[in-house]
Every structure is written in C-alpha cells, then in structure tokens.
Design a protein around this ligand. Structure first.
Ligand code: DUC
Ligand code: ZN
Ligand code: ZN
Length: 462
C-alpha cells in the first residue's frame, strides 16, 4: 500500500461539531484519512503530543498593500501573509478596492498582481465597489461566476459611499446571481455633522474620533441596510460590527428570520474607547472605523458570538505605521488614517479571551475563526474544516503555551500592535498549509509566493 506523505499522531482534533483523539494523514495537499493508529502508514510522522489540531484560521477581512488617501497599508501580500501564517491563519480574503472609473475586471487584475508571487497562504478577494455605473453593475454576474461572489459597499466616506438606491439595486443583482453584499454601515450624515461640530469647537485629538462616529450612527445604518435587503430579499453581511446597539438590530432581524449575518473583530471584543485617551497622540493607534466602544459593547458582542447572532470573527487588518502614517492626523482626528493591525494575534486572542474565560467552547472557536467564514464565503468544505478530502490546512495549537503579545513577537510590518502587553495562554506551534509545514515554533519556513488564488463558489447564509 502506498504510504501517506505525513501522519500527525496523537492530536486532539477539533471541528465545529466534534472533538476527538485521532491521527490525521496527509497525502499531497489534502487530508487523506483521520482515525486511530495511522502511524504505520505514514512516510513521515509528526507527534502532536496531545495538542489541539484546529482547521487553519480563515481571516475574511484584510487590507494588504491597500492605497488610500496618498498612503499605503504597511503590510504587503508577503509580510501580511507571513504574519497571518505565524498566527495560525492559512487563508485570507482581502478587499480589492475599485478606484473610480475602473471596471471590476481591472480592479481584480490589480489585486492579483499585488498577491501573485508574494502571498504565502491561499487568498481570495472581495470586491469593494464605489463607482456602480451601469457597466460596473452589469459586470457583477460575471464576477460571481469567476469566483468573486462577495462585494463590499460603504454607506459612509466621501468618494466611497453609495446611496440607498444603489445599494438596493446591488443587493438585488447580487442575490439573483448567487452572491452576497457586505456592508460597512455607519450613517454618513450624522458623522459629517459631528466631525464639523467637534472641529469647530477645537476638539481635534484622537478621542474625538469616537465621539464623531457614535454607536447611534452604526445602529441607524445597520437597521436601514437590513431593511433595504428585506425589500429585495437579499442576504446581508455586516462587516466589523462594533456596538451593542447595532448588534441589537442584527439580533432582531435574525429573530424575524431575515438572512442577516455579522462579523466582529478582536479589537471590538477586547479594547474599549478608553484607549483613545492614551497621552501623546498614542490614541491614534486605535483610530479605526467604526471606533472602539465602551466596555458594555464588548460584553454584548461576546454574548452575540456565543448565542449565534454573530457568525464570524475576522480582523479588519489595516496596518498603518504610527510614525509617518498615523502621524498625519496630529492636527485633526479626521485626518488620522483609519485602521489597525491584527492579522497575527487573532487566533490566540480569541482562544485566550473566549475559551480560557469560558465564554465559548472549542467547537464554537473553530466555527467563528474558520468554518463559518468558509461556509459564508464559498470555500467550504475545501477550507474551514478537518475532514477527508479537505485541504490540509491545519494548526497545531498548544493550549498551555503562554506568550505576551508585543510588536517584537509579531511578524506584521508595522511599528505597533494595539494588543501590546496582553498576556495569552494558548498559541499555535505549527502551521501546515495545503500539506506543507510553513511555520514551526513561531518561525516562517515556507516559500514566498506559495499561496494560491481561491476561486470561490456561492455564499451560504447561516
Ligand atoms: N473600513 C474597513 O473595513 N477597513 C478600514 C477602514 C474602514 O472604514
Ligand atoms: Zn469598513
Ligand atoms: Zn476593512
């Protein structure tokens, strides 16, 4: 009998539905067998020593090599995916952002050129649409067929936002062709009004960023977008949900049976708006949109995850250096580039604060970090689970390994981490991507450019 390329022995296998002790065999880039006593059938053996085997993390919200307002996010597809891999993530979906005047075809071509030859893990693209002229609208069916079934639309930001009428048409067009619309939902006019008021009063420091984008603005836009979706019976995926107020709208819609899903991020689960008060303009490190919220929201978001109203924890990794980039907003909070890094620490942070704090169980952990992202965005069961025939994307995770998160620990190419000093228990010790060991003991040992583009199929509503 032909032997398996690699057998991982003595692991505790965790999927979204099961936890059991077994060996796991890999042939080529796929999982070939899972069962007891597979060691005699392996060409190579790797002893997991009782540690967990989780499906590789899937981060469906990243911004690598993204130009915006004259600057570019500091991680490219090499440095960003190395960091992801070191943190236990084996697949990302990045946002390919349309520039005005571009066709969607041109947009994805640009993003393919950024990723090809650089990405070290598998990747795919959502398409952010800001210019929905008729020819672009008519491209949507073809883009869905070609493996880009998800589109992001903004309700805020001059130059990016679309009107409700555009949203309605896009929701209908996307639904009819088996795709999904992801929405950045904040009320533009509330924000515009508040920014003007605050700046007029001379309130320019980072803390006013949070006041300029209150939870009310998120709640209103989330509620409105849900109802626009209801009108045309389209599914909705709300990105980076930050507040308990907006979560209330998601929960209500789901109780009504509407196909509404939501993603939150570690920053909204672990950090509060108090961080904006750090002295010497350090608060700029946390300037992101939506902003960090008071502690009560964190508690509610965790409950939303545990109860199923929130299906995904992604990162919105949008790294800008403090020096030279965040700096640009010293004179006014609305000029601070919006975004924070987080691609590397997600798997450990969510384990530590979710599992160790006993808010969620192991199956839920796998569900929100890998299985649900794969299902919602058309990658399941190739990705997002440990099953025979799935890609061998696996992390060996030591639940007892203690680390202190710091800029020096992480591989992200950015001069700070918002999680500096946080102590975690539970960290990946090996990352296997399509059957290849690419991270060992925190060291990336894979090859630049080994990541493949993933054509995705139709999204599933959870
Ligand atoms: N939205 C994102 O999804 N990322 C960065 C900034 C923003 O507004
Ligand atoms: Zn956004
Ligand atoms: Zn984002």
């Amino acid at each position: 009998m032909k032997k398996f390329d690699l057998v991982i022995t003595k692991g505790t296998i965790v999927t979204a539905s099961d936890i059991f002790q077994a060996d796991l065999a890999i042939q080529g880039d796929k999982i070939a067998a899972i069962g007891p006593s597979l060691a005699p059938f392996g060409n190579r053996l790797m002893d997991a020593g009782g540690k967990y085997l989780f499906p590789g993390g899937i981060d469906v919200h990243t911004h690598l090599d993204m130009p915006s307002g004259g600057i570019v996010t500091s991680d490219d597809f090499y440095t960003g995916t190395v960091a992801a891999a070191c943190g236990g993530t084996t697949t990302i979906i990045d946002f390919a952002n349309q520039s005005p005047g571009e066709s969607l075809e041109e947009t994805v071509d640009i993003w393919h050129r950024k990723a090809e030859g650089k990405a070290v893990i598998d990747y795919s693209f959502h398409i952010t649409v800001c210019d929905m002229r008729d020819s672009v609208f008519n491209e949507i069916p073809d883009m869905i067929r070609r493996g880009y079934p998800s589109f992001k639309l903004f309700t805020t930001y001059d130059g990016l936002r679309v009107e409700d009428g555009v949203l309605i048409r896009a929701l209908k067009q996307t639904r009819e062709h088996g795709g999904i619309v992801c929405v950045h939902a904040e009320n533009h006019h509330m924000i515009q009004y508040l920014v003007k008021e605050l700046l007029t009063e001379g309130k320019t420091a980072p803390q006013y960023h949070a006041l300029s984008r209150p939870a009310l603005a998120e709640q209103e836009a989330v509620a409105r977008v849900i109802r626009l979706g209801q009108l045309v019976e389209a599914p909705i995926y709300i990105v980076h949900l930050s507040s308990r107020e907006a979560l209330g709208e998601i929960s209500r819609a789901r109780r009504e049976g509407l196909p509404v899903m939501a993603e939150t991020c570690p920053q909204y689960l672990l950090l509060s708006d108090k961080y904006y008060l750090e002295p010497d303009f350090q608060g700029a490190k946390y300037v992101m949109s939506p902003p960090l919220r008071p502690w009560e929201s964190q508690e509610e978001l965790w409950k939303g995850i545990a109860g199923g109203a929130i299906q995904v924890v992604a990162t919105d990794h949008c790294p800008y250096n403090y020096k030279g980039q965040k700096d640009l907003g010293r004179e006014a909070f609305n000029r601070i580039p919006n975004g924070s890094p987080g691609i590397e620490a997600r798997m450990s942070l969510i384990y530590n604060y979710g599992i160790n704090e006993q808010i969620i169980d192991l199956c839920k952990y796998v569900e929100i970090t890998a299985t649900n992202p794969a299902k919602i965005f058309g990658l399941y069961p190739q990705k997002g689970t440990l099953g025979v025939g799935s890609d061998a994307d696996i992390i060996i995770f030591d639940p007892n390994l203690e680390k202190t998160i710091s800029k020096d620990l992480l591989h992200e190419r950015v001069d700070y981490t918002p999680y500096q000093g946080m102590e975690v228990k539970g960290y990946p010790v090996a990352t296997i991507a399509r059957g290849e060991l690419i991270v060992e003991e925190g060291r990336f040992i894979g090859k630049q450019g080994r990541g493949n583009f993933l054509r995705r199929s139709h999204p599933v509503v959870l």
